[in-house]
Design a protein around this ligand. Structure first.
Ligand SMILES: [Mg+2]
Length: 141
């Protein structure tokens, strides 16, 4: 799958710190041959990923649409469109399909949100879907 991660408050806190277990999740996803994309409404976040040593995991960076999610995402190259988005905004998850996460603002070592994301992805891998209320089914472009 092409899995698109939002940046601010999804994998980075307000101070730019990395959410716990992001790297472990990325390692798992790569081991399962998924493609990891980073997108943001605040431009290309290449430097932020480099700062946290995550560059090697990332397939591509995009600017995330901030409106008309469906129409604007449809403009991405065919092989670089999301099968699943991970975001703290429920709206974009509901429209594009994926997993909603709790907003991550302040550094918190006990945050386990990325483990929950992994559990849902494992479920989707094995059954094609998940009954978890955070999950919205995949959209086919
Ligand atoms: Mg966000």
């Amino acid at each position: 799958m092409n899995i698109f991660f939002d940046t601010d408050y999804t994998i980075l806190g307000v101070d730019g710190s990395l959410r716990p277990q992001v790297e472990q999740l990325f390692q798992y996803l790569k081991s399962k041959d998924h493609n990891i994309y980073i997108w943001s409404g605040n431009g290309l976040r290449t430097k932020d990923m480099a700062k946290h040593g995550l560059t090697d995991f990332i397939t591509e960076y995009f600017e995330k649409p901030v409106y008309d999610y469906w129409e604007n995402t449809s403009k991405l190259p065919l092989n670089h469109r999301p099968d699943m988005v991970i975001d703290d905004s429920l709206e974009i998850v509901a429209i594009l399909g994926g997993i909603w996460v709790n907003q991550y603002y302040f550094p918190n070592n006990s945050d386990r949100e990325m483990e929950k994301v992994k559990e849902i992805i494992v479920e989707v891998e094995s059954s094609g879907s998940s009954d978890n209320p955070r999950f919205r089914s995949l959209k086919i472009f």
